[in-house]
Write a protein that binds this ligand. Structure first.
Ligand code: 3UK
Length: 521
């Protein structure tokens, strides 16, 4: 794999076939429960998947929805589709049934490949839709009107001529769900995955064939797709795929049993593991490096994790639109609490509302540029034009850059609070609150003070053994005021059992802005 990639380029040949030429047929590509998939197996099964899709009449540029838990078949279907020039579109398999109709309408897939538990959901959607995609169920017997993917794989040949794709051909889509509006089909090209391997995974993580990756973020997220699929496959390493929801127990059992060297997670999951008393019973000595993304990693979690495992967590910011991480900390040079410095190959600018770069030390919106940035959003011209401007991408995130080039996250542009005419970063206040021993998690949002002005309001999850009380509210206020300017101190505290989060673990502050419930005051 080299950058720049050649004009005529098919990512499946680079990520799968190349390992045959490099003599890696007997090395392990995927570990899944008790199943071991070698690079030789992978090559053949990707070929079979591509051939099957082609024999079913799927052509270049046609979309295939993949709605699967993490499993080897995801990888076969993903690269099989790309190899014939078709476009895999992974979707979260854990959405509510009603959510899927939109994707069938928006992506207009030629085929859907789903897990057994989603067959009925898709049957109903297809029945009600004008588009009638082919329906494939991943494993087991196929009901009436459906085909069994794994059964059919055995019936087709294991060789496949790749489609003669261009490096700028569409390779796959990922749906990006912003805080508001319908999810946006983000169009990624053949050259985007190798760019991320060669600019982030290799130079920053130093990923090697001997590495084993394990990602808490699933394959249908841009973060998980790199971590658990095209990073390891890009260099001939191994990936551990785990279909279960990542509870602390699942995470630690996987680490102890399958011995990953690289662990990718989100702050919420690091936090959950650190709060779990049983964690000391597990052996995590296989880890050599940990990564956090999805939202800012509080400094406190960095230190607690380091104290327990001896391993650093590299916080880095990425997005679906950029495909993967473009600002990151480096091993041995971590600034806890910061997102790190720009990944070479990308450029970054912090701009004010009129689009002019702000001076160092001032808050603005982060724009980035780099060759993994998506071509745009499917069927969303206005949003595309606002987000992808020239070769720049507007992240919608507010950042400050310091003298040494480290980037400090201060919040989403739509989550920032303007209190008394001054910007308050919800993150800054949350980072102080979380230092208080009674606080497990918290989120700060803008709230109307009754006079049409907004002030910060805190939603707090307390340690289970700590009751909420008026005196605790006073104590928390005092705690914040001792550490921050008083206009930043939340005017109201609401104690809640949990915070609303996306399936990626991002706190949904916009939902808290709409909420008024909770125990206590
Ligand atoms: C936020 C962060 C602070 C930020 C992602 C790594 O999260 C990923 O993609 P999404 O499209 O969300 C993007 C948005 O999430 N964010 C992500 N990482 C951080 N905020 N610190 C961070 N370290 O608002 C960004 O705009 O779901 C993460 C790799 C690939 C990804 N797609």
């Amino acid at each position: 794999m080299k950058w720049p990639v050649p004009e005529r380029y098919n990512a499946a040949c680079d990520f799968v076939d190349r390992h045959m030429e490099e003599g890696r047929a007997h090395e392990v590509a995927i570990l899944y429960r008790d199943e071991v998939v070698t690079y030789g197996d992978l090559y053949e099964r990707v070929n079979r998947a591509g051939r099957l899709f082609r024999e079913l009449g799927i052509e270049m540029e046609q979309r295939i929805l993949l709605v699967l838990p993490d499993c080897p078949e995801f990888v076969y279907a993903f690269f099989g589709a790309i190899k014939i020039g078709a476009v895999p579109v992974p979707l979260n398999p854990r959405l509510r049934p009603d959510d899927y109709a939109y994707f069938v309408y928006d992506a207009r897939p030629k085929a859907v490949l789903v897990g057994r538990e989603l067959v009925e959901v898709f049957e109903n959607i297809v029945a009600a839709s004008r588009f009638k995609p082919l329906r494939l169920v991943v494993k087991g017997e196929a009901p009436q009107g459906w085909l069994s993917f794994t059964d059919l794989l055995h019936q087709v040949d294991g060789t496949l001529e790749p489609a003669d794709t261009h490096k700028d051909d569409v390779a796959f889509w990922l749906y990006s769900s912003g805080s508001t509006g319908a999810p946006k089909g983000t169009i990624h090209l053949q050259h985007d995955m190798p760019f991320c391997v060669l600019h982030y995974a290799k130079p920053i993580l130093n990923i090697q064939p001997g590495d084993r990756t394990y990602s808490v973020a699933k394959l249908h997220f841009a973060y998980g797709l790199g971590n658990a699929m095209y990073f390891p496959l890009g260099v001939g390493a191994s990936t551990i795929l785990v279909p279960e929801h990542p509870t602390p127990q699942v995470i630690l059992e996987t680490i102890q049993r399958d011995r990953p060297t690289l662990f990718f997670s989100v702050p919420t999951a690091y936090n959950a593991v650190l709060r779990w008393e049983e964690r000391f019973r597990y052996d995590v000595s296989s880890l050599r490096l940990c990564v956090s993304a999805g939202e800012a990693l509080p400094e406190k979690l960095y230190h607690e994790w380091k104290a327990w495992t001896g391993i650093e967590i590299l916080d880095g910011i990425g997005s679906t639109e950029a495909l993967h991480i473009f600002i990151s900390n480096r091993p041995g040079q971590v600034r806890p609490g910061s997102s790190g410095t720009v990944v070479p190959g990308y450029e970054a600018e912090i701009r004010d509302e009129s689009g002019r770069p702000v001076p160092t030390g001032e808050v603005g919106v982060l724009w980035i540029k780099g060759d993994s940035v998506a071509a745009g959003y499917w069927n969303k011209q206005e949003k595309t034009q606002r987000t992808f401007v020239g070769s720049w991408l507007c992240t919608g995130d507010m950042y400050v850059r310091d003298e040494e080039g480290y980037y400090w996250y201060v919040g989403r542009s739509d989550d920032m609070i303007k209190a008394g005419g001054i910007w308050v970063s919800p993150i800054e206040v949350e980072n102080v609150l979380i230092e208080h021993p009674a606080v497990v998690e918290c989120a700060v949002v803008a709230h109307d003070d009754g006079d049409g002005l907004v002030k910060p309001k805190a939603f707090v999850v307390l340690r289970p053994d700590i009751p909420s009380s008026e005196s605790l509210v006073e104590e928390l206020k005092r705690f914040v005021k001792e550490r921050l300017a008083s206009y930043k101190c939340p005017r109201w505290f609401v104690f809640v059992d949990e915070l609303p989060k996306t399936s990626t673990g991002k706190i949904q502050r916009f939902r808290l802005r709409q909420t008024q419930e909770g125990r206590g005051a």
